[in-house]
Write a protein that binds this ligand. Sequence first.
Ligand code: AHR
Length: 508
Amino acid sequence: MTHARLTVDPAFAIGPIRRQLFGGFVEHLGRHVYDGIYEPGHPSADAEGFRTDVIELVRELGVSTIRYPGGNFVSGFRWEDSVGPRQDRPRRLDLAWHSTETNEVGLHEFSSWLDKVGSDLMLAVNLGTRGTLEAIDLLEYANIPGGTTLSDQRIANGRIAPFDVRMWCLGNEMDGPWQLGHRSADDYGKLAAQTAKGMRQLDPDIQLVVCGSSSAHMPTFGEWERVVLTHTYNDVDLISCHAYYEERGGDLGSFLASAVDMDGFIETVVATADHVKAVKGSDKRIDISFDEWNVWYIDRFHGVDKIEGIDNWPVAPRLLEDVYSVADAVVFGSLMISLLKHADRVTSASLAQLVNVIAPIMTEPGGPAWRQTTFFPFSLTSRLARGEALRVKLASPEYTTAVYGEVPLVDAVATHDAASGDSALFLVNRSLTEAITVTADIAALGATGILETHTLTDDDVNAKNTLEDPEHVAPRENTSAAISDGILTITLPPVSWTAVALGTTAGM
Ligand code: AHR
């Protein structure tokens, strides 16, 4: 049996855990909107055509803000197509995903769905093929109470109160050559600064996210952030990071260490933002919106899913419908640990995506909706991580990975809510073969009892939930957990993710 030791203390505070850290992302892509959240003929559909079984699962997932409507989709999107009488809305070619967009679900319908799931809207504007004026127009339509052409148009379209959208993304992945309207950092930085200034003239209180890199492996990474922030520093609040991970070449060991890459990505962007801050002599701090993150088997999209042909533009095709394994969920859980470990600077994040498309929730037309393996680390972390994120002092054995070199077998983060006295620990065991017993000094937390334990693991790391077997994988109680004299001991099975909720006697 291998051992790891850790110490948890509220004095090791990283920063407050903002609810926006548990955001999601809905893109008009594949069967995400149509045949996902919206299926009028489905037995569970409500009067507006939204699947109530999906609504319940999204609520259970615990998603705060939801980024919309893209993604790559937004760079070819005309927002005006998605409002007004449905019968008048145009059918458009979506070049990003080689599909037909019917615009049956648009801004008003999506906002109504958000009210049902209890989440807030985060809107992306098209800075790929459109510009500053269209972004300002959308902001006027969404946030001005009335008395102007666009705000009155919103009211005429049935929405009297403004949508009052607080968070706005200035385009999507503008560093990516695949993006419609892809630009150099210099060109994008100028456009983003001009658009941000205009949007703030209209509504000074909105939060603006400028596009960072599509991954830490882009050839322009680092320099992109420096140039873009040099143009936009005074006009934006956050810079985005996007990262997707997948197991490559059967190297599960390296895949399980993916959070090492995410840690480095975040820390490099923070350093770059702070460099620009220093050069400008600014008092202002730019934080990170990690507004696309997940496990995604991208090679499968390029090889199998990709749609082509001048006469082939399907509506809601099956695209990016990755089926996640236990190993995928363990990596996913470790990515959430990485986000919490950087809660001081990652103040907003969006899991990409939510339903059917690289998603924790799957649906079958006319059939059931179910939880993928990745659903569980998200729902549990979102529910249990409250108050402040705490850095843990960790002594863990290491293993050698082909991609990241020596990596700790255990990674962990803690949270502590001073108001309730409750705490939580999130842990991952990356060992392919060894259970690891963790001894955690938690005396300083004042926790005397274990409220809940959840461990996600399986003898078969490839185990999945499917239409045929939708409840095959689920987290189980970890009965090894015990507290004695301020020491928590718990055994983590190989390739596992664990959450432990702790409380004081008074709070139990
Ligand atoms: O989430 C899928 C796609 O990944 C998004 O549309 C894009 O922004 C990213 O490349």
